[in-house]
Design a protein around this ligand. Sequence first.
Ligand SMILES: [Zn+2]
Length: 151
Amino acid sequence: MIRRAGAAEDQGMRTALARALEGLTVVDVERIRTGCGHVRVPSAPAARGYRYVDLVGEEPPFYVRRLTAGRQTGSIMLHAPIETTSGDEAERGAPGIARASVSIDVNTIPWSGLLDVELCSGPWATLLGDALEELAALEILEPTGCPLCTA
Ligand SMILES: [Zn+2]
């Protein structure tokens, strides 16, 4: 849904946007904005709430961390972790780089959509805020410094 906001509505949106982003610093927001969508898999991912899922098929493995806010549920996904030294699929718990996304309900939000004003001000603001805080705690890569983007 794309629409132009009036001045008063614009002010309201900024306030709502601040709600989704209130746990983040300006630097964090900038890191997410300029990030390529790849992040470093945290060390001890299980201890940080990430579950490793390998469905053993066409789909590459991924990490998932569940999120809840009130009655809303969502998750952070770290897709297809790659070991940077070998370029192979990273084993469970191994250091690697993965593509991050956030799912809320049944909707997957790609990296580029995470700071969308409509989304940040919508009914998912709390859950999205939690997801953004968690992502900000990870090492977010930029296109120029990302082994996968520059490969
Ligand atoms: Zn990248």
